[in-house]
Design a protein. Sequence first.
Length: 184
Amino acid sequence: MSRTLLAARLRELEHAGIVERRDVPGNRRSHEYHLTIAGRELAPIIEGLGTWGQRWIMTAIDERDLDPSLLMWDIRRNLRRDELPDRKTVLLIEFRDAPSARRRWWLVIEPGAADLCMTDPGFEVDVSLKVRLVDLTRYWLGHLGWKELVRSDGTAIEGPVVLRRSLPGWLGRSTFAGIGPASG
């Protein structure tokens, strides 16, 4: 989604009373959006739609449905903070099959925070995951386990053993990953 389209959507949600815009303390040019009471009341409806979609729609992934930006922002948002290393750690995720402008993503993980970068932040990479976009998306959705992901053609993890082994503990998955497809 372009920044212009995102800004327009956020203005619409703000106007509808779903979100409110707040200035970031100490940074006059930045702001955050937070759900209002009305927005929070929508949570069960959104969760119900997500559950339905996971059961009935997301059983097969079409190449046209893949979006590295959306996937990486979801991964960043769902990192398991209590499992992350207690020192600055840089994870590079490289999608072997994505367009070059959206192929490499850096997660700069520090105690209490994680930043997602689309350009090299200039720090040494501690661990890297090279993977096909469809495979990481299938893992994110719960269609693949970690071992299946690692064994997928074209997947490679590089870095110290302790980081390679702990990586699946960091990566959260979709809220709906545990919901299997409908059986009828």
